[in-house]
Design a protein around this ligand. Sequence first.
Ligand code: HPA
Length: 295
Amino acid sequence: MTDHRLGNLPDGIYGAELQRRIDEAAAAIRERLSGEPRLASPQLVFVLGSGLGGVVDLLDGTPRVSIPYGDIPHVPTGSVAGHAGELVAGIAHETAVIVLSGRAHPYEGYSHREATLLLRAVLTLGPRTLVLTNAAGGINPGFAAGEVMLIRDTINLSGENPLLGPNLDAFGPRFPAMTDAFDPPLRAAASRAAERAGITLHEGVYLMLSGPAYETRAELRMLRILGADAVGMSTVHEAIVARHADRRLLGFSLITNPATEDVEAGPTHEEVMEMGKVGGERLLAILRELLPDLV
Ligand code: HPA
């Protein structure tokens, strides 16, 4: 039943109804993992953006369980090429890990509450640490396509927030802090891992817009003035949900294209996918070094 006081949430998916859907999704995941007891209590979750499917290779070959998003009730499947849409559970460094390969984006028409439903279902399994990844435009003129940026902080200009509506007390407080959302000690470990791997790792501020249109030149100029180093269409809603639940958070952006006022032409989705692969290889090398600090 729709509560007319919540006119901004006309989909009706909030409060007790949202919690019910999260619980059903979580039950379905638990059921699929029940055949492999070692996978039942993951400590680490990766959320993969474009070009990062290779992260699954960080997991041991067995035991491994893959669940297509379509098999999990209430979870949006996502529709963009380059996003596989499956949950992969496995073991890395003797620790149970979940990889969310592909994500539903708000630009597809999902509310932030729906777009983070799967992540919240996975949070009920108890992971301590989340690693969020994305493809992003490089606002900072010092960044080149194919390079990787460690997310130091975020700006939410997406126009929404996943915590709108009644608070889900099972996850966290009404007004969670977002200062130092990206764990400072883990960020320091990531920088050291990149150095050991011999890979340049920038650090900066990721700004989320709803998309799906890429930015105008005037917008790119504005975003730089606002203090952004990279711009994209995901991640911040996930970061908010993770910090609401008080989890340890780390984030990386693959810089797929320059996003400065003087670019010759705006990016194409193909360019973003292609450079995402280049950055994806580099990030994978960093993650291999970093993994012992994450588990
Ligand atoms: N803008 C917004 N999102 C993006 C971009 C961009 O330039 N590149 C990859 N994702």
